[in-house]
Design a protein around this ligand. Structure first.
Ligand SMILES: Cc1cc2nc3c(=O)[nH]c(=O)nc-3n(C[C@H](O)[C@H](O)[C@H](O)COP(=O)(O)O)c2cc1C
Length: 357
């Protein structure tokens, strides 16, 4: 498919996964297969020697290097996107740095990316918001069209089965009363249609959150999506940038281990119930005295039981005891770690077979 002048052979986006789960190795190898690999920008400089002293500079430096490296690995195939959460400090500077380093697309969620159209103006970088409802899709299309005279190049819908922070209420998630993925897709397609007609432009739509098989992908396409966004399955790949411990936590997880938690940033999130969460339930605190103000939505210092960034960095580094392991609802269905190429080939052939039936 062609997204506003950029060619994407297959409708699969590997969702951005922070901290450090989707960096250049995973994103570059996904792009190599003709899909969109997405680097997560959040605290991407965590391996830089000056990260704790100068997190902003370390993050920008590492982001640019990972975009360069991902493009090198991709060999010019597919597309390299960067996931930049609205909730990160220095959002605008990070978007600008990703554009200047040659990112093909910026994808932003965890808040409404109302400034994104303005920030990508005069570049050939595509831009896409992540939404979990038709309300958000409508508001963003209205804002971008009225303020900037443009529409997003694509939209990612993130349903309630996704990993990481979620755009649904904790009650709905726990009681399993969230709107179904295909229903959200239907409603989003309806609300964006008048904008597409007015601007004579097709907004490509990708559906994510719990997409596990090629059949799931075919269901999304049959319901009008142009493709899918997938996260959890890409963690269990050889090329995923997370530690082997992280991959093992996913492969070993059972349905009862996968919990909805309240993140310090105020949003619900989904993670595996490992020792960190077990200890927090008993009233323990972790890294709470070491705040580097990396997320705008996070209350500072002693108002939080743990620093989510440090817990996520611990996970990606393989610290089982203190790590926070984000995952999608279907993590317990993951049974093996495989090369990215095998996973994508399986998904595409199963999807094509389901579409032909
Ligand atoms: C470990 C992990 C980290 C994630 N981090 C982010 C993130 O930093 N920003 C974001 O927009 N989404 C994040 N997500 C969501 C994914 O990009 C993706 O949309 C979602 O997981 C799709 O659902 P699935 O995992 O069921 O395929 C994360 C998901 C996981 C599992």
């Amino acid at each position: 498919m062609n997204i506003n002048g950029k060619e994407l052979a297959h409708g699969i986006i590997q969702g951005g996964m922070g901290v450090g789960v989707s960096l250049s190795e995973l994103a570059g190898n996904v792009a190599k297969q003709g899909c969109m690999g997405v680097i997560s920008s959040v605290n991407i400089g965590f391996k830089e020697p000056d990260f704790l002293k100068n997190p902003f500079e370390a993050n920008i430096r590492a982001l640019k290097e990972h975009i360069r490296r991902a493009k090198e690995i991709s060999g010019g195939n597919g597309l390299i996107g960067v996931n930049i959460m609205v909730a990160v400090s220095h959002y605008s500077e990070t978007v600008k740095a990703a554009i200047s380093a040659g990112a093909d697309a910026i994808i932003s969620g965890a808040g409404l990316p109302l400034k994104l159209a303005e920030l990508v103006k005069n570049s050939d970088t595509l831009f896409a918001p992540i939404v979990s409802s038709k309300k958000a899709a409508l508001l963003l299309c209205k804002t971008f069209s009225q303020k900037n005279g443009v529409l997003p190049d694509f939209i990612v819908i993130e349903g309630h089965k996704a990993g990481g922070h979620l755009g649904f209420s904790k009650e709905n998630l726990v009681e399993d009363t969230c709107q179904d993925n295909l229903q959200i897709l239907k409603e989003v397609l309806e609300v964006i249609k008048p904008f597409e007609e007015k601007f004579q432009k097709k907004i490509k739509v990708f559906l994510g959150g719990g997409i596990f098989t090629g059949e799931d992908m075919a269901d999304a396409i049959k319901a009008g999506a142009d493709g899918v966004q997938m996260g959890t399955r890409f963690i269990a790949t050889d090329e995923c940038d997370a530690s082997d411990v992280f991959k093992k936590v996913i492969v070993d997880s059972k349905p009862e281990d996968i919990r909805i938690i309240k993140s310090p940033v105020g949003m619900p999130a989904r993670a595996v119930y490992t020792p960190l969460l077990q200890s927090l339930d008993k009233g323990k605190t972790f890294f709470a005295d070491k705040c580097s103000a990396c997320l705008t939505a996070c209350p500072k210092g002693d108002k939080i039981p743990y620093c989510i960034s440090r817990a996520l960095i611990a996970a990606v580094n393989g610290n089982y005891e203190e790590g926070l392991f984000f995952c999608g609802e279907n993590a317990s269905r993951v049974k093996e770690i495989m090369p990215v190429k095998k996973l994508i080939n399986e998904l595409l052939s199963d999807c094509n077979a389901a579409l032909a039936r």
